[in-house]
Design a protein around this ligand. Structure first.
Ligand code: ASC
Length: 128
């Protein structure tokens, strides 16, 4: 169990930071900001799929107070928050599968869907 709410906040933020780094590098490749390397891209997609399962556990009751951008709405609309988190995990898993193949259109679609999952949750549940 977490020691306290700060520990839970730190845990989920650590995972989000790793997700942002890996996802951002994939975006850079798809947007032509750096060369597309299929092996690196697939490795990052695998990382994001695994990491996507980590943050949810850190959203414990009371952890809207502290060094966090999480809004209290997360805990009042918990079922919706949970389903958005599940949707993100499913999209990230599909992206990891697509990244094993060489269909760039499919990879871009799966990347876009995953990014929409990030944004869809941030728009509602994250301070801006
Ligand atoms: C990122 C990142 C996010 C998402 C989001 C997608 O790279 O840090 O929060 O993508 O911007 O729309």
């Amino acid at each position: 169990n977490f020691k306290d709410t700060d520990h839970a906040i730190d845990y989920r933020k650590s995972a989000f930071g790793l997700i942002a780094y890996n996802f951002g590098d994939m975006g850079a490749m798809l947007k032509g900001k750096k060369d597309f390397d299929a092996a690196v891209f697939a490795s990052r997609a695998t990382n994001v799929a695994a990491l996507s399962k980590i943050p949810h556990e850190g959203f414990i009751a009371g952890s809207d107070k502290g060094d966090t951008d999480a809004l209290a709405k997360i805990w009042t609309d918990k079922a919706d928050f949970d389903s958005k988190m599940t949707q993100f995990q499913e999209n990230a898993a599909k992206l990891a599968v697509a990244a094993q193949g060489s269909d760039l259109g499919q990879i871009k679609d799966a990347f876009g869907n995953t990014g929409q999952s990030c944004k869809g949750c941030h728009d509602v549940y994250k301070k801006d």
